[in-house]
Structure formats: C-alpha cells, structure tokens
Design a protein around this ligand. Structure first.
Ligand SMILES: Nc1nc2c(c(=O)[nH]1)N[C@H]1C(S)=C(S)[C@@H](COP(=O)(O)O)O[C@H]1N2
Ligand SMILES: [Mo]
Length: 223
C-alpha cells in the first residue's frame, strides 16, 4: 500500500515537473524557429515577430528569380559616379537591424526584423548631386516606385536582405527589398535592380494606377 502511494506521488510530481518544463521551454525557446535550413528569429528587442510562413506576399508578376552570382545593383541619375554593386558588395557594408511593420494598403500586415544596408550609404558612394529630391527604385518584374531623398536619409531607410535573420527568400524579393517603414506596402519595392536619383516627382506602378504617391500609413490611400 505504502509503495503504491509513493509510486502515485512520484508520478504526480514528475507530471508537474514535466509540464512546467514544457511551459518554461516554450517561453525560453519561443524566440527561434526555422525557415528552410536557416534559424528564424521570432522575437527581437521584446517584440514578437510574425513567422515568415505567416507573412503575406503580393507581387504583380509572381516570383522573380535572381541569380546572386551575376546580380548587379545599378545606381545612376543625378550622381557624380554611377555605380554598380554586386550582391557581396552590398551585403559587406555595415548593416542595420530594426523591427518594422509592413502595412499593405489592402488591409493586411506583419511585423518582422529586417537587416540591411542604409540607402544613404549607397547613395553617398555614388555622390548625390545638389538639387536632387527623389529616388526611384526599379525592380526585375518591371515594378517601380519612388520616395523622397529626405525621407530615405532622415529615417535611415535600409535595403533589406535578411528577414527575421533569414536570407530574404526568393518569393519575397531576393536579393533586396526596400524597408520603407511608415509607408504602405507598395513603396516596399522587391527584387530591386536599379536606383535612380532625380529632381522630378515620379509615379511608380501603383501610383500611376491611382494610389497616393506619399503613401504614409494612416494617410490617404488614393489620389
Ligand atoms: N517588385 C515588386 N515589388 C513589390 C510589389 C510587386 O508587385 N513587385 N508589390 C508591393 C506591394 S503592393 C506590397 S504590399 C509588398 C508586399 O511585400 P511582401 O511580399 O514582403 O509582403 O511588396 C511591394 N513590392
Ligand atoms: Mo500592397
């Protein structure tokens, strides 16, 4: 009788230990997941991140497949030294990480950790000329969009190449997506291949189809 009670007691105690072990391991290890063969960060600076598998995607012509061995990022327009950067060159510059929310104008969004190179750093390498106001981003799928030079510099806007610490997936804009924080998703150009500096306003793919060229999240969507 006594050993039966002891056995039950041992069973109950181990149940408590096991379940509490489960609970604490959930909170301890909950910051990491995997995506492909890479470790995905799911919590950063105390902020819970949306797993890549739960992030939505939007693309006018589907996934673009860019080969990083032959890829070149071209910077031209109102610059003193038009430049071309390889994937390795862009990703070798000092990088910045931040948690940013992408809000698509259609009403969905997600929170992610982005790592990338400040656009300003690349523009400085090319030497922006006096009087420039606008920066246009061109993509592999024919998409384009533009943002004010001041906005890009003042907010230290980055060309993102890591998403939740995972290499930006092909279907999400590899090699680079503009992390246009505070702006609707249509300013977040993916599969970027060219950057042009100009002194004239520019309307991109969705902007010429009626979407607001300022695109501030919370501001007008159209017109
Ligand atoms: N090259 C390219 N970039 C693009 C688009 C596109 O169709 N082509 N769609 C834009 C829109 S409308 C949104 S909401 C975001 C979606 O980015 P995501 O795939 O990271 O969610 O990409 C933006 N960048
Ligand atoms: Mo969007």
């Amino acid at each position: 009788m006594k050993w039966a009670l002891t056995a039950i007691l041992v069973f109950l105690v181990s149940l408590v230990i096991l379940s509490s072990g489960c609970v604490s391991s959930d909170t301890d290890d909950g910051s990491d997941g995997t995506y492909g063969d890479e470790v995905e960060t799911l919590e950063y600076q105390g902020v819970e991140l949306t797993p890549i598998s739960e992030q939505r995607n939007n693309a006018i012509k589907g996934t673009q497949r860019i080969n990083d061995d032959t890829y070149l990022l071209r910077i031209g327009g109102m610059v003193d030294n038009p430049r071309s950067f390889t994937y390795g060159q862009v990703t070798s510059y000092p990088n910045v990480s931040k948690v940013v929310i992408l809000d698509c104008v259609e009403g969905w969004g997600f929170t992610a950790k982005w790592t990338g190179v400040p656009v300003k750093l690349l523009l400085d390498e090319a030497g922006v000329q006096d009087g420039a106001t606008t920066v246009i981003f061109y993509s592999e799928d024919g998409y384009s969009t533009a943002l004010d030079l001041d906005y890009l510099v003042d907010n230290n806007i980055i060309l993102g190449y890591k998403l939740n610490d995972v290499t930006l997936p092909q279907d999400r804009g590899f090699p680079f997506q503009l992390v246009a924080e505070g702006k609707y998703g249509y300013k977040w150009a993916k599969w970027i291949t060219g950057i042009e500096v100009t002194d004239e306003p520019y309307e991109g793919y969705w902007e010429t189809r009626g979407y607001n060229n300022n695109a501030d999240v919370g501001g007008p969507r159209f017109g």
